[in-house]
Design a protein. Structure first.
Length: 169
């Protein structure tokens, strides 16, 4: 079977930034709640934070992070593990209402070789998918479209969260 790539050329800015910065942006975000809107932090829960990936693979790409700076599942408490799974459910719920994806990729990358951009602070990727989106993205997507979409979608998800009382932990 031929493998299709989901192209995300704007990620080059992110990849270039990796070698320049060593700080943990997740911890920075966690420690600055006053900037939640600007940082596109969607939800804060007791043990976790949910935010938009600024360099998305696809529209609506969310990240679920434990509040603690931990690298892997082995370091996570039962409470953190449970909350991350419940937030995975709620992310799918809010995205389903907002942008009606046909499917989702839900994933964890451990170690840079596995694609983890921030290996020291674990996070779950929630990536909405649509039939044929690999083709669509390669032809039509560009950085401006995604950036605009991100701010609009953030507002939309905030509204739905309020209406549906999400995250519903
Ligand atoms: Zn961190």
């Amino acid at each position: 079977m031929q493998r299709k790539n989901l192209w995300a050329p704007w990620r080059i800015e992110y990849i270039k930034g990796l070698s320049e910065k060593s700080d943990c942006f997740v911890c920075d975000y966690i420690n600055s709640p006053e900037n939640d809107e600007q940082n596109h932090v969607l939800w804060r829960s007791q043990h976790c934070m949910v935010l938009f990936n600024r360099f998305p693979y696809n529209n609506g790409h969310l990240l679920i992070c434990p509040v603690r700076h931990i690298p892997d599942l082995d370091s996570a408490s039962d409470e953190e593990l449970l909350e991350m799974m419940k937030l995975t459910r709620d992310c799918q719920k809010v995205l389903s209402e907002a942008i009606m994806p046909h499917g989702f990729n839900v994933g964890l990358n451990f170690g840079r070789c596995a694609g983890a951009g921030l290996p020291e602070h674990m996070h779950i990727h929630i990536v909405p998918r649509w039939d044929g989106d690999t083709n669509f993205m390669a032809v039509c997507a560009d950085t401006d479209v995604i950036s605009q979409g991100l701010a609009n979608l953030f507002d939309q998800l905030k509204q739905i969260s309020k209406k549906q009382n999400l995250p519903n932990l």
